[in-house]
Design a protein around this ligand. Structure first.
Ligand code: PEP
Ligand code: CO
Length: 451
């Protein structure tokens, strides 16, 4: 442990003001559940966590690109074969497209295997005229509109551990078992993408890739085993600190959260003197911090410095979510302040959370064009500032849902009710995600050619 984290311990966050935690009616049952989680084996290994930090350090320098994506709120029912395969498939396909455009390694990171806790803007919500405690994610309570179902249930923490473990286990098995093998392009089929233009572009990329794989193998170059598998990392918002603490353990002199490779601090819990910042500053994992439109440049610099006094590249990822209309105005001062303070961070754009709107019927949605506009704004601002946009952060699903408007299927507000399944924020569907990846790849390619 270094000098600056000396006053830290895995539970020092308990003496700080804390936001967004559930109130458990039965505190003894909470302690018993946490003890149970504590004794179970970790979900990830410290070596993988270190590897990820090295990759993210490359992304900070523009030598790698992060693709982070998955559900807004992962549900326990998403822990099944089809859902995991669909999620992995869209992440792999998008990363393939991005690698093609960028010609640099793409770091694949799911918002998965633990993305079960949600911050809420209000403690209660009205459903059919009845006021109920808000749904806070499957590891806290059930979504059913029923007062009992909405009580915080500690047993859900043990379930969250099991569902995370099962999700990660199957995802790892898929990756190791050839799901990502570039020799088997049947895994790269396009499912229900209807747009012929997208289909054609993607098929071209896959054909050219197969050609490249054939060529490399025909030269007898060794080490082609890397074509058979990929690395996959998991991540979630580190919101429930009781739960996160149960995964926190020393390895040698340092402390790791071995419940996930990467964790981030949400927009609602990033108070400088708050419990989340206190907890996060002491773990070795690479961490993210969301930065929304209200953050001041000085505040961001203080946050980064408090979280990572040693300024190690790859440890801090700043995930900006400023909104399409504000990104051009608000991002440059943030980048300038961080650069002037000499802080190394990996800049990532989350074009989802600053672009949420409600329809007349009360559904939360996001428009494909606003999402793309924030991304393009972020790319342009970084280019002008001479910094690197090191990655993107999406809420997406491999399924054909109708939650965001626009995109290749030109979904309108009237289409949304057809297959609106999210438990929280609206996600890009399969076609919208792939189209987004093609747009980003084009952008990365033109940047590469201009360089
Ligand atoms: C989220 O990522 O689902 C989320 C709640 O984001 P933010 O903290 O940026 O609002
Ligand atoms: Co969300």
């Amino acid at each position: 442990m270094n000098e600056l984290t000396q006053n830290w311990s895995h539970d020092s966050w308990r003496s700080k003001p804390i936001q967004q935690q559930p109130r458990y009616p039965d505190v003894k049952a909470l302690q018993a559940a946490l003890n149970c989680v504590r004794t179970l084996p970790p979900l990830v290994n410290q070596g993988e966590v270190e590897t990820l930090r090295t990759h993210l350090a490359k992304a900070a320098r523009g030598e790698a690109f992060l693709l982070q994506g998955g559900d807004c709120a992962e549900r326990f029912t998403d822990c099944n074969k089809n859902a995991i395969e669909a999620k992995l498939k869209i992440l792999l396909q998008m990363s393939l497209v991005l690698t093609w455009g960028a010609r640099i390694p793409v770091i694949r990171m799911g918002r998965m295997a633990g993305q079960y806790a949600k911050p809420r803007s209000k403690d209660t919500e009205m459903i059919d005229g009845v006021e109920l405690p808000s749904y806070r994610g499957d590891n806290v309570n059930a979504i059913d509109p029923d007062a009992n179902a909405r009580l915080a249930d500690p047993q859900r923490l043990i379930q969250a551990y099991s569902y995370s473990a099962a999700t990660l286990n199957y995802a790892r098995a898929l990756v190791d078992g050839g799901f990502a093998d570039l020799h088997h392009p049947q895994h790269w089929d396009l499912g229900f993408v209807r747009s012929t233009a997208n289909r054609k572009k993607y098929e071209d990329i896959v054909d050219r890739l197969r050609d490249a794989v054939d060529f490399v193998e025909s030269t007898g170059v060794r080490g082609t085993a890397t074509l058979k598998t990929v690395e996959l990392f998991c991540s979630h918002e580190g919101l429930l600190l009781d739960y996160e603490e149960a995964f926190t353990e020393p390895v040698g002199e340092n402390w790791y959260n071995l419940g996930s490779h990467f964790l981030w601090i949400g927009e609602r819990t990033r108070q400088l003197d708050g419990a989340h910042v206190e907890y996060f500053r002491g773990i070795e994992n690479p961490i993210g911090v969301k930065a929304g439109p209200t953050i001041e440049p000085e505040e961001l610099v203080k946050l980064i410095t408090t979280l990572e006094p040693e300024n190690r590249p790859g440890r801090i990822t700043v995930i900006t979510r400023l909104g399409a209309e504000k990104v051009t105005e608000l991002l440059p001062p943030l980048i300038n302040a961080v650069t002037e303070a000499g802080r190394v961070v990996t800049w990532v754009c989350d074009p989802m959370h600053g672009n949420t709107v409600s329809t007349d019927t009360g559904l939360k949605t996001r428009d494909y064009d606003s999402i793309l506009a924030e991304l393009e704004g972020a790319f342009a601002v970084h280019q002008t500032a001479g910094s690197h946009l090191g990655g993107v952060h999406f809420e997406l699903t491999g399924e054909d849902v109708t939650e965001c408007t626009g995109g290749p299927q030109e979904l309108s507000e009237a289409d949304l009710s057809r297959s609106y399944k999210t438990y929280c924020d609206p996600r890009l569907n399969y076609g919208q995600s792939l189209e987004m990846a093609l747009r980003i790849a084009e952008r990365l390619q033109s940047q590469r050619h201009a360089a």
